[in-house]
Design a protein around this ligand. Structure first.
Ligand SMILES: [Mn+2]
Length: 318
């Protein structure tokens, strides 16, 4: 079975939980993650069994987890497609769904919730190791139970996983309080460079190649910064630009409802979801900022007229 590229806690936790359960049921299981296991997830029980690729093409069954579409499992896509049967398990219900069997549930806060249901249905024993993997998936995909996707069911499942031996503070410490020094230093640069529109509704920042050089950070270590930026009071949209060695800018966009950053990203050849999207834009910085912020302000003005039905007015900037 395979996780998606640039793996997160949900895809890895879901794969490991199902992998451990199927192994306990006597199955010969291969665990694939094209981009390996990020250091913050190396504590997940069973993580040492994950390999980046396989030459085997003789699998009876293949499972893609949390992937959105088959291409997102990366190099292992071939091995999955060669299997006698392919299953897609996901809480992203997208146009890219694949496989002979599809276990898709957009009401699940994480793929880990679906795996939990599956293990209950299989009557598989809920060990502490399996529970730790599943709870990590739920915690990371719900922003520690802060997102709108969290339902009473999410919390009931989490309670059961803790009952089974998962320890929330251990997971939190390994995942959240485990940042490389350089990641905190590049965050400092991003906070230093932060700007906002006069009304405060669009906040943006950048890090330059010089910032990367001085801090020793790489692009991967900037993950999460855009969400910190969006946490500014009164901000409905956050934009984060990172300069590439060729002088272009990778951009991450985040918004609150009713604003749809995927439309702004699409205007620059990128894509994503309503509240989280990305694109790449030509430099230099000053012109990239102007074009992006203009597009963001225009989108907000359009979204404000007429006000979307059933949506609470944005909080007033204080
Ligand atoms: Mn997920």
């Amino acid at each position: 079975m395979a996780a998606h590229i640039n793996p997160d806690g949900d895809t890895l936790g879901s794969m490991l939980a199902l992998g451990l359960a199927l192994t306990a049921l006597g199955k010969d299981v291969t665990l694939l993650s094209a981009d390996g296991v990020p250091p913050i997830y190396s504590f997940l029980p069973g993580a040492v069994r994950i390999v980046a690729r396989t030459e085997r093409r003789d699998f009876d069954l293949a499972i893609g987890l949390d992937a959105g579409d088959l291409a997102r499992v990366g190099v292992s896509a071939d091995a999955l497609q060669a299997a006698a049967r392919l299953i897609d398990i996901d809480h992203h219900v997208t146009a890219g769904q694949f496989g002979d069997v599809r276990l898709l549930d957009s009401a699940a806060s994480a793929t880990a919730e679906i795996i939990y249901d599956l293990l209950v249905a299989l009557d598989a024993p809920m060990t502490a190791d399996i529970a730790t993997n599943l709870l990590t998936g739920v915690i990371t995909d719900t922003g520690s139970f802060r997102y709108r996707s969290v339902t009473p069911r999410t919390l009931l499942i989490a309670a059961d996983l803790v009952q089974a031996g998962a320890v929330p503070d251990v997971i939190a410490e390994r995942v959240f309080d485990n940042k490389p020094f350089a990641a905190q230093k590049i965050l400092g640069r991003a906070l230093e460079n932060m700007r906002r529109t006069e009304d405060g509704r669009v906040v943006w920042t950048y890090v330059s190649q010089a910032d990367f050089a001085v801090t020793g950070a790489t692009d991967v270590l900037t993950e999460g910064i855009v969400s910190d930026i969006r946490g500014v009071r009164g901000a409905d949209m956050a934009l984060f630009l990172r300069e590439t060695p060729s002088g272009r800018f990778r951009v991450s966009l985040r918004s609150r409802e009713p604003f749809d950053v995927s439309r702004i990203a699409a205007a620059f050849g990128g894509g994503g979801h309503r509240l989280a999207a990305g694109c790449t834009i030509d430099g230099p910085l000053a012109s990239a900022e102007v074009r992006l912020v203009d597009a963001a302000v225009r989108h907000m003005d359009e979204a404000d007229l007429p006000p979307a039905e059933g949506v609470a007015p944005p909080l007033a900037a204080a």
